[in-house]
Design a protein around this ligand. Structure first.
Ligand SMILES: [Mn+2]
Length: 369
């Protein structure tokens, strides 16, 4: 039906264009990696079209590293030579000019497949943008299904994990199409691998990052936020935002962190129709770029050439604009989420007197007993 027509159109566009370069977004998450792999598999199986998956940025989050390793996903780090070598490019889970993909501005991609709201400059020979899907992987599952291609277990597992991680087990920004796609995949997946990816081994740095982050987290009525400063991998802002928005009575969460001269922002809300992506784009404006859905959004701002003071002012302003957007009073003092406490003879003593300014990090070297 509709979908098989779309697949025929896709294959027609790719004819004679082999090999292709497939680009997930920078610092890729399971949805963009699984989507890329599914496109690679579809093209290879139906028309023998070869492709290379290359990602900009880093795979930081342990879940994502375990995901790539356990499922044997052949994706390499993107180099500038890739753009010389490949004349045809496919963007998966991102769009040209989105700010989260390392596509040179003078290159027009051959293919764009995404589920984020359409950007003005989303120009390509084949464009399939469906904000109606909770994940890009859903679109690719529909293609594989329409092309009557048998999905091998590891690819099925990748696509299924992408769906459940992107939608928090089909509960956030999800539609019937995502549920249908996951039902289709379910009998094909390796359950033990899903469990292994979802519960990865964490490095000591992760706990260190978590510990310092708690000291930088503050609440402001129903808002919870954190300004993390330097972070050790960019997707940590999203990971922490997911965690913090689960705070009792919190309805909004914004986390910011710096990684290699870029400020990464992650927004979450418990409201199912809050247009988080729209709000974050409005708050960031022309200073950077953002994208997202109803309940989740992400963005980035380039910080190159800015002094520490200018960076600080910028972040301060982002938060102020955000409070205004939510109608929160601006004269309110934020409260720290956690305070140092000591356990004395089974009793908890809470120290609130010092370091109550949550924008300041806890004093270095201070230990919690
Ligand atoms: Mn996605």
């Amino acid at each position: 039906m509709m979908k098989s027509k779309k697949v025929a159109e896709l294959l027609k566009v790719c004819r004679g264009k082999s090999p292709l370069l497939i680009l997930p977004h920078n610092h890729p998450d399971p949805d963009s990696l699984a989507g890329s792999w599914a496109l690679q598999y579809l093209l290879e199986q139906s028309d023998g079209i070869a492709s290379t998956i290359a990602y900009g940025g880093v795979l930081g989050r342990e879940e994502n590293r375990t995901f790539k390793k356990q499922l044997h996903i052949e994706a390499v780090r993107l180099r500038s030579t890739h753009f010389k070598k490949f004349s045809s490019i496919a963007l998966i889970d991102c769009q040209p000019g989105g700010g989260n993909v390392s596509l040179p501005s003078d290159r027009r991609p051959l293919i764009v497949i995404d589920h984020h709201p359409r950007r003005k400059n989303a120009q390509a020979d084949f464009v399939d943008i469906q904000p109606d899907c909770g994940a890009t992987s859903t679109i690719l599952v529909e293609y594989l299904h329409a092309a009557r291609i048998t999905v091998p277990p590891l690819l099925a597992t990748a696509l299924y994990y992408a769906l459940i991680s992107e939608t928090q087990h089909l509960g956030r920004d999800v539609t019937n199409r995502d549920i249908r796609a996951s039902t289709f995949l379910f009998p094909l997946i390796r359950h033990r691998l899903i469990s292994r990816i979802e519960h990865p081994v964490h490095s000591r740095e992760f706990f260190q990052q978590l510990y310092t982050s708690m000291g930088k987290t503050f609440t402001y009525k129903s808002f919870v936020g954190a300004r993390l400063g330097e972070i050790y991998y960019p997707s940590f802002v999203a990971q922490l935002a997911d965690m913090l928005v689960s705070l009792q009575r919190a309805t909004w969460c914004l986390v910011t962190g710096r990684y290699r001269k870029t400020l990464h922002l992650s927004l979450r809300t418990t409201h199912t129709r809050a247009r988080a992506g729209h709000i974050l784009r409005k708050v960031i404006g022309r200073r950077g770029s953002a994208g997202g859905h109803e309940m989740i959004a992400g963005g980035q701002i380039k910080l190159a050439g800015m002094t520490a003071e200018e960076r600080n002012e910028l972040e301060e302003m982002i938060f102020q604009r955000f409070y205004r957007e939510l109608g929160l009073p601006e004269n309110l003092k934020p409260n720290p989420l956690v305070v140092e406490h000591r356990f004395t003879q089974g009793r908890t003593q809470i120290h609130t007197g010092e370091n109550t300014d949550p924008h300041r990090s806890p004093q270095p070297g201070k230990r919690i007993y």
